[in-house]
Every structure is written in structure tokens, then in C-alpha cells.
Design a protein around this ligand. Structure first.
Ligand SMILES: C[S@@+](CC[C@H](N)C(=O)[O-])C[C@H]1O[C@@H](n2cnc3c(N)ncnc32)[C@H](O)[C@@H]1O
Length: 254
């Protein structure tokens, strides 16, 4: 089964939409959007991609904003199944890659358990793309041999947080923090307490790939203060590679 296979009526396709610029969606993702009868769309999915949808297609917003519109996951699952059972070609359009903090597997399991055919079109995840859009490689030969992508949704000392901050601080990998804006001070404090160098370069990339993209940089000990007024979505990069933040400009590339 190829990623460009035509959408079948009565089926669901989970499409990763990339970090927000429609130009960063995959060819297969675009083809799926073009064929959809109904699209269930997240707030971080690329709004520009909806221009590719058939004018007759139904577009359903199923946002999960912390302080805004909220559609429970169970309701999204129900909608996916109901639209497919009605014989529609259903596209679930999400930001980034649906399998990276995207609850994509929950939707896939819900569809399969309901007997609805479902497939996945991966997307460009903000965890690597947003740093790249700010000139930051998450690895670099001779400098760092790995990267760790973590959720900053819960504070480090929260009882449900299973991340080992001592191990992260000692990992020698670039740390990429998603959903970490509200807890950035607690996250950086935990890394410092566990021995990470206070001078480690850090960068917060806000609304990566959007026309109003912003990049804030500071050493680890000061990044939470410097990025104190930032609003999500943002990706934080901690590690030597963050020293290149915004250092590569379009003019230099072309
Ligand atoms: C629920 S997670 C979804 C991640 C997504 N599945 C992915 O692979 O990119 C949402 C988080 O992704 C990050 N994010 C997504 N798009 C972004 C963008 N354009 N700029 C900055 N951060 C972004 C932010 O950390 C945001 O809080």
C-alpha cells in the first residue's frame, strides 16, 4: 500500500500536517486533503492546506486548546468513526507528525477496534523542523550524537511525570522540549540541579515556520527569564547546537 493510494470511501487517513506552513506538508498529505469528503482539523494543523480541500468538503475544527475550544479525544474518535461509517473519505489533519505527542495511535486504535479502515501519512515533526527553521540542527557531527525529545507539559516534580531529569541532564544529547512554555523555569531548574552546565546554549523558537516566527536565545540559567512572556506554540532547544539559532539566514542559503 503506497502513501499516494487513493482514499477509499468509508475510511480514515491520519495526516501529519507539519509545523504550520502548508509548504512543509508531504505530497501524500496534500493528495489526501484534496480527496477528503470531511476533514477533522487541529488548531496546529496548517490552515493554508485547507485551500487544497474540495469546495464541497466539510471542515470540522476539533481543537484542544488549554484555555480555548476543547474537543475531548473520545469525541474526536467518535466523529472519525461516524463519518467513515457514513461512507465518507475522512482526513484527520494534525500538526507535525501525529505519532509525536499527537495521540495518533489512540485514533488509529479507535478506528481499527471499530472495524474502520485507517492508515497513516507521517508528517514533518516540529521537534526537528522548528529548530531547523531557526537554523539549529538537532545533531551535528563531532558535537552531539543524539537528541532527546521530551514533553514539558507536566512540571518535573509532578507525580505523573515519568521523565528522568538526572538522566536527561547527563545524556550528552540535545534536549528538545515540546509543550514546555508554562513549565520552562521548572524544567531548566531541574536540569541545573542535576548538574547541567548553566552556560549551555538554549533557544526558544516560537511559531516556527509562520511569518511571525520568533527566536529567543540565552544560556540555560537565563532562558526562562528571557522567554518569560512567550505564548505557545514554541519549541525549546537546549545544547551546544542552540548556539547557531537564527545564524543561518535565507540570504546566506541562496
Ligand atoms: C501537542 S504537541 C504536537 C506535536 C506535533 N505532533 C509534532 O510532531 O510537531 C504541540 C507542541 O508542538 C510544538 N509545536 C508545534 N508546531 C509548532 C510551531 N510551528 N512552532 C513552535 N512549536 C510548535 C509546540 O511545543 C507545541 O506545544
Amino acid at each position: 500500500m503506497g502513501s499516494l493510494e487513493a482514499l477509499r470511501p468509508g475510511s480514515v487517513v491520519l495526516v501529519g500536517g507539519g509545523p504550520g506552513d502548508a509548504g512543509l506538508m508531504t505530497v501524500a498529505g496534500r493528495a489526501a486533503v484534496e480527496q477528503a469528503d470531511v476533514l477533522l482539523v487541529d488548531h496546529l494543523a496548517p490552515a493554508g492546506a485547507l485551500e487544497w480541500a474540495d469546495p464541497g468538503a466539510e471542515i470540522v475544527c476539533v481543537s484542544k486548546l488549554p484555555r480555548g475550544p476543547f474537543t475531548p479525544q473520545e469525541r474526536i474518535n467518535e466523529l472519525l468513526i461516524a463519518h467513515a461509517r457514513a461512507g465518507r473519505r475522512v482526513v484527520r489533519l494534525k500538526g507535525g507528525d501525529g505519532f509525536v505527542f499527537g495521540r495518533g495511535m489512540e485514533e488509529l486504535l479507535a478506528c481499527s477496534e471499530a472495524g474502520v479502515p485507517v492508515r497513516v501519512i507521517p508528517g514533518v515533526s516540529s521537534s526537528t523542523a522548528v529548530p531547523a527553521l531557526a537554523g539549529i540542527p538537532v545533531t551535528h557531527r563531532g558535537l552531539v550524537r543524539g537528541f532527546s525529545v521530551i514533553s514539558g507539559h507536566l512540571p518535573p516534580d509532578h507525580p505523573d511525570n515519568t521523565l528522568d531529569y538526572a538522566a536527561l541532564a547527563a545524556s550528552g544529547t540535545t534536549l528538545v522540549v515540546l509543550m514546555g512554555v508554562a513549565n520552562l523555569a521548572a524544567i531548566t531548574k531541574a536540569l541545573l540541579v542535576h548538574g547541567m552546565d548553566a552556560g549551555t546554549p538554549a533557544a526558544v523558537v516560537v511559531r516556527g515556520g509562520h511569518p511571525d516566527q520568533e527566536v529567543l536565545t540565552a544560556p540555560l540559567h537565563d532562558i526562562a527569564r528571557v522567554a518569560g512572556s512567550v505564548r505557545p506554540p514554541a519549541v525549546t532547544v537546549i545544547g551546544e547546537v542552540a548556539r547557531w539559532a537564527s545564524s543561518v539566514h535565507e540570504e546566506e542559503i541562496h
